[in-house]
Each structure stands twice: as structure tokens, then as C-alpha cells.
Design a protein around this ligand. Sequence first.
Ligand code: DC
Length: 240
Amino acid sequence: MENNTKQTDKKITIAIDGYSSSGKSTMARELARRVGYIYVDSGAMYRAVTLYALRHGFVGHGKALDREALVASLPDIHIGFAAGSGTDGVQHTLLNGEDIESQIRDLEVSSYVSPVAEVAEVRRALVRLQQEMGLDKGIVMDGRDIGTAVFPDAEMKVFVNASAAERAGRRLRELEAKGEKVSYDEVLHNIEERDRIDTTRKVSPLRKADDAYVLDNSNLTREEQMKWLIDLFDRITGIS
Ligand code: DC
């Protein structure tokens, strides 16, 4: 079996932030695999809390989020990850032990996740959990505030961007592949709305950390993006 895992004694922390559907999760997961690090999708954690809120009727169908009820329930929400059963090693998100990986990716959760991610207490609880996961370094985490709030001292920070139209096209293809019937306009609207909320919210808005490297992947192939990331990783860890 081919072993393309990069070996280095010095483990670092890698923070990858960016807009929704910028392809950062796919990139971050692949980078973690190639350098032999743990991968954590922080967006999945906000999505898991959103699914809990939907199931308990704290939000949904035009109803404003019941912040108080959600905050009171936080001690009952336990989020974890389990290695996937497939050979690709894709990890699955767990909510109180239940595998909810596919449910947190649908458009309903996507539509309600931004207001949930705006709740300061939710962010505090999840950031604490994320920081615990990164204590031993050797981690790639992607999200919106990883380089700014979760791991401000991360040795490698990347901010990923692509135009909203490009991202909507990618997201539409993903949803169609899963058999969801949605229009391009609906997806574009969802992305623009999430961009607006993510960048303007009071707590930890999405912004590039001052020391982050910017990767605009609008016109890059997946392999070109990976080369860019691995070159940066090698430079930072002093491999080459
Ligand atoms: O990356 P994603 O689309 O799965 O993230 C889902 C939502 O969670 C996104 O709208 C913003 C929020 N989020 C956040 O506020 N902070 C993070 N670190 C990750 C995600």
C-alpha cells in the first residue's frame, strides 16, 4: 500500500477558515490524511446543535430561535466523532451517540444553522470542546473562527475563498448528487444569507486572521489546491 503520509517530529496546529461551500472541508480532510493528522470539521458541531434544536422545536418552520430553551439544553447535548465505516476513513458526527452525519448536511439544517451559531453560549461551549481536541496538536480544524478564536496561536492558518456563484454551483451539484430537489437560486440565496450572517454576527464573525494565508480556489483544481497546501505545510514545518 502506498504510504504518502508526511513524517515530521514537530506537530503543528492547522486552522482552515472560509466561507460556506468554499471546499475547505474537503481540502482540510485531505490535508489531514496526507500529513497524518486528526481532522475536525467544526461546522459539523454547529450543525449537530442545530439538528438538536430542530428536533426539540426550538427553531423551525418560520419560528424564531428560542435561545433560552437551547442554552438550557446545552448540558444535554454531547457531540463526538466516530471513524467512518468506509475505507475512505471519513468520520461521522455523533449527537448523543447517534450517527447524524447525513441529516446535518440537508438544506433544513443549513437554513437554520447560522442563527444557532450566533448564540454566544453555544459558541463558548463548542470552542471549549474544540480547544480540548487540539491540546496535543497534530490537528487540522476547519470552520469560521478557527484561526481567530479557537487556535489564535496556530502555526498554519489558511483563509479559503471563492465567489458566491462558484460556491453555489458546487453546492447545487452536491445536493443534486444526493437526490435533493433544489434550484440554483435557492442554493445561492442560502449561501449569500449565510455569508451575511457569518460575517456580521457579533460573536466571532468570519474574518481572515491577520497572519492567515489566503487561498482563492475559484479557478484551481483539487490537486492544485492540495499542492498549495502541502507546499505551505512543508515550509512551515521545515521539511523542505
Ligand atoms: O462549514 P459549514 O457550512 O458546515 O458550517 C455550518 C455553519 O456553522 C455556518 O453557517 C457557520 C457556522 N460555523 C461557525 O459559526 N463557526 C465555525 N467554526 C464553523 C461553522
